[in-house]
Design a protein around this ligand. Structure first.
Ligand code: SAM
Length: 214
C-alpha cells in the first residue's frame, strides 16, 4: 500500500509528537514508562492507515497498542483519523521496518503481535520479505512474552498456506486456524482492518493464532 510520495509526510509526523514515537529504540525495555502503566503491549506490524489499531485502542483502554508502519506517507492516513478522535492515551505509532524490532523491544516486552493483510510478496525470490517468513519469526519470538500470541489475518490463500507451513516448520504452536472468519461462529468480536473491509466481499478471510512454544 505505497501511497504516492507525500513530501510533507515527515513534517506531519513531526507535528504529532504526542502519538508518533521518534527514536523508538530509546524506549527499549521502558515501554511501560511511555504509557505510564503496566498494561500489556499489543503491536500491529504494517498497520497501513491504522483502522484496526485505532479501533482496538478505543475498544480496549486497558491494553497499550503500538502501530508500526514503514512508510511515512501511509502513516499520515492514520494520523488524519486520530485527529478526528478523542485523545487515545493507550495508542502510539512509529515509523519502523519490522526487521528493526529487536532494537526497539526487549525480550518478552510484547504480549501480542498482529499481522493484518501483510504484503504477500508472491515471487519466490522475495519470500524472505514476507512478514511470516523465517526472516522475521526469530524476531517475534524474542520480543514476545512466553505466552504471547502471533495472529495473522489475510485474504490471500497463498500467503495463508505459506504461513501455515512457515509457522509449523519454526515449531509454532497453533491455537486456532479459521478458514472463513466472517462466516464462522465465535468471532463476533473481530475488529476489521481497512483491507479486510475492502476484500472480504470477494472471498474468505483466513486467520491463524499461534504461540511460540515455551
Ligand atoms: N494492516 C493494514 C490493513 O489490513 O488494512 C494494511 C495492509 S497493507 C497490504 C500492508 C502494510 O504493511 C503496508 O502499509 C506496508 O507499508 C506495511 N509493511 C510491509 N512490510 C513492512 C515491514 N517490513 N515493516 C513495517 N511495515 C511494513
Amino acid at each position: 500500500m505505497r501511497l504516492r510520495n507525500n513530501p510533507k509526510a515527515n513534517e506531519i509526523l513531526e507535528n504529532h509528537k504526542d502519538i508518533v514515537v521518534f527514536n523508538p529504540n530509546e524506549n527499549k525495555g521502558k515501554w511501560h514508562d511511555v504509557f505510564g502503566n503496566d498494561h500489556p503491549i499489543y503491536i500491529e506490524i504494517g498497520m497501513g492507515k491504522g483502522d484496526f489499531i485505532i479501533e482496538n485502542a478505543k475498544t480496549y483502554p486497558d491494553i497499550n497498542f503500538i502501530g508500526i508502519e514503514k512508510f511515512p506517507s501511509v502513516m499520515v492516513g492514520a494520523l488524519k483519523k486520530i485527529d478526528e478522535e478523542e485523545p487515545l492515551a493507550n495508542l502510539r505509532l512509529m515509523k519502523v521496518d519490522a526487521i528493526e524490532l529487536n532494537d526497539i523491544f526487549l525480550e518478552n516486552e510484547v504480549s501480542r503481535i498482529y499481522l493484518n493483510f501483510s504484503d504477500p510478496w508472491p515471487k519466490k525470490k522475495h519470500a524472505k520479505r514476507r512478514l511470516t517468513s523465517e526472516t522475521f519469526l526469530p524476531i517475534y519470538q524474542n520480543i514476545l512474552k512466553r505466552d504471547g500470541e502471533l495472529i495473522l489475518k489475510t485474504d490471500n490463500r497463498t500467503l495463508f498456506e505459506y504461513s501455515l507451513i512457515s509457522f509449523q516448520q519454526f515449531g509454532l504452536q497453533f491455537e486456532d486456524v479459521c478458514l472463513d472468519l466472517h462466516h464462522s461462529d465465535g468471532y463476533e468480536d473481530n475488529i476489521q482492518t481497512e483491507y479486510e473491509r475492502k476484500f472480504s466481499p470477494f472471498g474468505p478471510i483466513y486467520r491463524i493464532v499461534t504461540k511460540f512454544k515455551g
